[in-house]
Design a protein around this ligand. Structure first.
Ligand SMILES: *Cc1c(COP(=O)(O)O)cnc(C)c1O
Length: 177
């Protein structure tokens, strides 16, 4: 079973994950040249950014794993990445998720998932049962061209969705979307 959390775009869902779990003094890991919202949300929640230098313009998963400390609360990964368009293989991504300590949340942001060759897509949602610290975010903004309508969502364990939905503004996703 999976849990869903709707948002005013996946941007809001990402921000909601930060709002729910990230406090001043926590560390958030993300890659250099990744989606700008990770930096903005980290700063807005008073956390410390641990920006891992890019490897060939993409995510250096080994370096990101090595950056995990006692203070790490969250790791954000955009796959495919925006703005550089790099892609991680399903195997590399799954091996990474398996190595992250279970007390650290991993957000895999799949805003551009639909643009990928279906054969290369990682079935990340199916990993959640084995890795309940994993949250996958998706959106109708890019492939469906509905950015102005504002609808995104998170896929997580039902327990995690239960927590996010308690913090979520009750009317954040509008009925038209
Ligand atoms: C566009 C984008 C989002 C947010 O899009 P929404 O319109 O808020 O759903 C999130 N992550 C990435 C990587 C994006 O490119």
């Amino acid at each position: 079973a999976a849990g869903l959390t709707l948002g005013n775009g996946s941007n809001e869902v990402i921000d909601l994950i930060f709002h729910t779990f990230v406090s001043p003094g926590d560390e958030v890991i993300y890659a250099q040249y990744s989606f700008i919202v990770y930096a903005l949300a980290t700063q807005a929640h008073g956390a410390d950014a641990v920006v891992v230098p890019a490897k060939a313009w993409g995510h250096d998963l080994e370096a990101m794993l090595a950056a995990v400390s006692d203070k790490t609360k969250l790791i954000c990964i955009a796959n495919p990445n925006n703005p550089t368009g790099t892609v991680l293989s399903a195997e590399a991504l799954q091996a990474f998720v398996a190595k992250v300590p279970s007390r650290v949340l991993v957000v895999i942001d799949e805003a551009y998932n639909e643009y990928m060759d279906p054969a290369l897509r990682a079935d990340t949602a199916s990993w959640i049962q084995a890795h309940p610290n994993l949250v996958v975010t998706r959106t109708f903004s890019k492939a469906y061209g509905l950015a102005g309508l504002r609808l995104g969502f998170a896929i997580s364990t039902p327990e995690l969705a239960g927590v996010l939905n308690r913090v979520r503004e009750p009317f954040n996703a509008n009925s038209l979307a």
